[in-house]
Design a protein around this ligand. Structure first.
Ligand SMILES: Cc1cc2nc3c(=O)[nH]c(=O)nc-3n(C[C@H](O)[C@H](O)[C@H](O)COP(=O)(O)O)c2cc1C
Length: 151
């Protein structure tokens, strides 16, 4: 299964840790949204989209890329994120909606807490220090194994 993972991780590289773990299991190519051409996505069977959550949604560059894609009837996709407050049903809603509108079939979603020192949180050393931790990474590994089983 040819897998592409498109991700952004700008705050503490929290989401990059998750992208790498999932990428290892799926033997995926990892790329940033600004470094991939929309038509390249057609070459893959499964596409992962992930980033930190910034102002209650995924990174704008990821959302913009999806806007720029042609229709992808039935192509398999998964969503992942790390966030200060891990509320995936809410945090993933913008990306989920856009992917569905483009015709992607969403086969899984993963999220976990990420170290967050945004704004005033920096004054108290942030929240979720140490996350993603080994347990989070193990959950991500299991998530990726499941995606493989559904192949
Ligand atoms: C500008 C900015 C805005 C953020 N907004 C949110 C938010 O709305 N909700 C949330 O739960 N976390 C928020 N966070 C925390 C990040 O989602 C969290 O630290 C995440 O793990 C960052 O991932 P990264 O290191 O891969 O960039 C924000 C962080 C930054 C820097």
């Amino acid at each position: 299964m040819r897998t592409l993972i498109i991700y952004v991780s700008i705050h503490h590289k929290n989401t990059e840790k998750i992208a790498k773990v999932i990428g290892d299991v799926l033997n995926a190519r990892l790329v940033k949204p600004w470094a991939v051409k929309p038509e390249e996505i057609l070459d893959y069977d499964l596409v992962g989209f992930g980033s930190g959550i910034y102002w209650w949604r995924h990174h704008w560059a990821l959302l913009k890329l999806v806007d720029d894609l042609p229709k992808m009837e039935g192509k398999k996709a998964f969503i992942f994120s790390t966030a200060g407050m891990n509320i995936p049903w809410y945090n993933h809603r913008a990306l989920r909606k856009k992917l569905k509108e483009k015709g992607f079939q969403i086969v899984g979603e993963f999220s976990c807490r990420g170290w967050d020192t945004n704004g005033w949180l920096a004054k108290i050393g942030g929240i979720n220090r140490g996350h993603p931790n080994e347990k989070d990474l193990e959950r991500a590994r299991r998530f990726a194994e499941k995606l493989k089983e559904n192949e």
